[in-house]
Ligand binder design. Sequence first.
Ligand code: GYE
Length: 311
Amino acid sequence: SAFSGALFAAGAHAGEMTIGFSQIGSESGWRAAETTVSKAEAKKRDITFKIADAQQKQENQIKAIRSFIAQGVDAIFLAPVVSTGWDSVLKEAKEANIPVVLLDRDIDPSGKDLYLTAVTSDSVHEGKVAGEWLVKTVGTKPCNVVELQGTVGASVATNRKKGFEDGIAGHSNVKIVRSQTGEFTRAKGKEVMESFIKAEGGKNICAVYAHNDDMMVGAIQAMKEAGLKPGSEILTVSIDAVPDIFKAMAAGEANATVELTPNMAGPAFDAVVAFKEKGTVPPKWIQTESRLFTQADKPMAVYESKKDLGY
Ligand code: GYE
């Protein structure tokens, strides 16, 4: 059944609320910023906020959720590392009348009735924007693309792959020639890019598509060490809009990124407070914006505006 506000209408006010957040870890600059911004948003609302770092492991997230349930928190935020395997623990939360809000990643449709709302971007759209930018930029020129995927099984990795494939569909000159996970980290992005360069020969690679900027920052390093020129000889497009990718764009070593706000918690807190105080049931999906940035968008100014925001 759908969530009923009345069930929770205990008259809780933001200042009296305790919310637990099962966070994935700190694989990327974007993730670190999300954690920082979430704390600041909780503080603004005088909410007691408990963060559990799962270090990339779903089993740790399940344990954290069970512990939040045992503590009787008012709500639980979950950034699900992978999309499957949540139904039983989310049923436990629901039976305890504790609303769950998904942050930044989705779970499989079987869990739809088990959470209150999800605050995420449209990650298929992000991939599509990246693919369409590349198609537009290369024109009719043949272009071999190598792809650095995010965490295997994460909704955002599946969706960003699909979206990019949609974006290049119908343009047979643009082809993905290699695709592998770089686990959303700089170190792995660099390592996998080194293996792509070895396997393909640098000159056969026309563009790199990375599911996040951190992997691209690692890939840029790998290209430079191999004597290649990212941003000119090899095009780059990635996702997140972290400060360091703007630095690379300003230096002419990266081409494009799709922005993702690290403030997923702000709208999530507002939804939970309205739900608890007034029984207002939020929409099932609270969608954040996606905007493309290129070298034409004053990357150094964007870098300056973002660099102190917790990345
Ligand atoms: O893009 C990436 C991260 O789930 C939207 O996870 C998030 C992604 C983000 O670590 O950098």
